[in-house]
Write a protein that binds this ligand. Structure first.
Ligand code: G16
Length: 543
């Protein structure tokens, strides 16, 4: 077999964001663009020779072409074995599990997560390490550095391989195995959860609807809910993964999963509704007439962990990303377990999970997970909620009400201003930051400012420091106002403003969050001079 060394030049825009490199498909289709980044990944793994690499993606447009290129490059770069999901598919949590299960050196995930797919839309690539989790900050920096000085890449001169069937073949010194992308993951879920109890729930009068949004979780959800747990056919909707996700935006929130949300708020509502995203790591939880914020979801699951066999013995600790509400902290304190606040990005949970300091973790961006893998896991969260419902016999609304009565409620909303010109977004944050020295002690929107800072995180395990992770205004009554730019967008800048207020009074627990938080929402706009600087009157997305 011929191995070709191709001369190339660096692209200046290959710095990975919050979760790998995400760009428009057209950018990835430029000659050498994908190859450069893949070679930069391989060069950053000098011990790869003879080791196993897992490969798969969420099936979006360009997935198949990219996989064929990566196979040829992996063969040329001395990988010992490639484990590839049939048809080039794997959900993100499934690939995390497969890396761990087969003791692989790592995996390449092809996905732009919840971003839309298609020739004019988004594609992405990221590397996960041998713990199954996203590359650390240090490795990410190394990959980026490599991409800036790259001069050549290696590729084997071989034909495309057939990914349609489970099979094994030898390409030079690399063994290639095409495996079922669902089975190992579904087996793991069966070990963690009490499937007989869940089957009794789903085969009884209880009704649920899971919306796979024509993305990767369809086959996983059908296997788990309909085949293994015996839920009625049709429980999983939009189950066939499509290269353009059916033209939709596979982000499980009230805006992009609107048909599901409308159903749950209608007279015909089932007891439980859930959705996942493009690559299967996010989740949205709904009850009849009620939406569970991701921050509350983490707190509820932490409080109710005894309902799930794998966690009935207790949790080591819990972590949340900084912009996620502090609801889980309150539960952790009541349970007497550790809690941690990390920057946005699942990679920051990795060390805490590996060190056994935390069992559960979650983010406001619809991510919830545990130490069973090193990615957030949409279907895991759905099974965890079903376990709570099966074990307590309560409805989602009753679970939430009881939770707030016991722990208080963290009202929470995130407002996104998408596709802002990068300069005006930077200007807003710089202008805000300049006010920080004089804010403490001031009364703003009826609340006293305790702290105004730029969040910096020191990893408790390896001591590494990640600075500039978001601007925070913390109030003496526990309210918070947080500002940061998204690290996952592909066009312009997305400003995210996170609003949170904490109440314990029983008569305050059932207000409309947008109204309850209105003074903080206005304050966030005023402090950033959002309207004068951007011309925007309202956010593009509210979650
Ligand atoms: C990724 C990361 C998450 C992060 C989210 C939003 O999720 O894995 O940790 O919370 O992006 O990040 P940002 O606010 O920077 O856009 P996913 O599901 O897109 O891979």
């Amino acid at each position: 077999m011929d191995i070709r060394t191709v001369s190339t030049q660096p692209f200046p825009d290959q710095r990975p964001g919050t979760s790998g490199l995400r760009k428009k498909v057209r950018v990835f289709q430029q000659p050498h663009y994908l190859e450069n980044f893949v070679q930069a990944i391989f060069d950053a793994i000098p011990d790869r020779q003879g080791k196993t690499l897992v490969l798969g993606g969420d099936g979006r447009y360009f997935n198949r072409e990219a996989i064929q290129t990566i196979i040829k490059m992996a063969v040329a770069n001395d990988w010992g074995e490639l484990l590839i999901g049939r048809q080039g598919l794997f959900s993100t949590p499934a690939i995390s599990h497969v890396i761990r299960h087969y003791r692989a050196r790592g995996g390449i995930i092809l996905s732009a997560s919840h971003n839309p797919a298609g020739p004019e839309q988004d594609f992405g690539i990221k590397f996960n390490g041998e713990n199954g989790g996203p590359a650390s900050e240090a490795l990410t920096e190394q990959i980026w550095a490599g991409s800036k000085s790259i001069e050549r890449y290696l590729i084997a001169e071989i034909a495309d391989i057939d990914l349609e069937h489970e099979t094994e073949l030898q390409l030079g010194s690399t063994r290639v195995r095409i495996i079922d992308p669902v089975r190992d993951y579904a087996d793991l879920m069966e070990k963690l959860f009490d499937f007989p109890a869940l089957a009794r729930l789903l085969q009884g009068p209880f009704r649920m609807r899971f919306d796979a949004l024509h993305a990767i979780t369809g086959p996983y959800a059908e296997e788990i809910f309909e085949k293994r747990l015996g839920a009625p056919a049709g429980t999983v909707q939009n189950a066939t993964p499509l290269a353009d996700f059916g033209g939709g935006h596979p982000d499980p929130n009230l805006v992009y999963a609107k048909p599901l949300a409308d159903l749950l708020f209608s007279d015909a509502a089932p007891d439980f509704g859930a959705a996942s995203d493009g690559d299967g790591d996010r989740n949205m939880i709904l009850g009849r007439g009620v939406f569970v914020t991701p921050s509350d979801s983490l707190a509820v699951l932490t409080a109710q962990a005894r309902c799930i066999p794998a966690y009935a013995g207790g949790l080591h600790g819990v972590a949340r990303s900084m912009p996620t509400s502090r609801a889980a902290d309150v539960v952790a304190e009541a349970l007497g377990i550790e809690h941690f606040e990390t920057p946005t990005g699942w990679k920051f949970f990795g060390n805490l999970l590996d060190a056994g300091r935390i069992t559960f973790c979650g983010e406001e961006s619809f991510g919830t997970g545990s130490d069973h893998v090193r990615e957030k896991d949409g279907l895991w969260a759905v099974l965890a909620w079903l376990s709570v419902l099966a074990s307590t016999g309560l409805s989602v609304r009753e679970i939430l009400d009881q939770h707030w009565q016991r722990f208080g409620r963290h009202y929470y909303t995130r407002h996104d201003y998408e596709e802002l010109p990068s300069e005006s977004a930077e200007q807003m944050l710089a202008g805000l930051h300049a006010q920080f020295p004089v804010l403490p002690g001031q009364l703003l929107a009826g609340r006293e400012v305790a702290v105004a800072d730029d969040f910096s995180y020191t990893d408790p395990i390896d001591g590494s420091v990640s600075a500039h992770q978001g601007l925070r205004i913390l109030f003496t009554d526990g309210a918070r106002l947080i500002f940061r730019l998204s690290g996952t967008g592909t066009a312009g800048a997305t400003l995210r403003i996170y609003h949170e207020a904490y109440v314990r009074e029983p008569d305050q627990l059932h207000r409309d969050p947008q109204r309850f938080l209105a003074p903080l929402i206005q304050l966030g706009k005023d402090l950033t001079r959002l309207e004068p600087l951007s011309g925007r009157k309202a956010p593009t997305v509210i979650t």
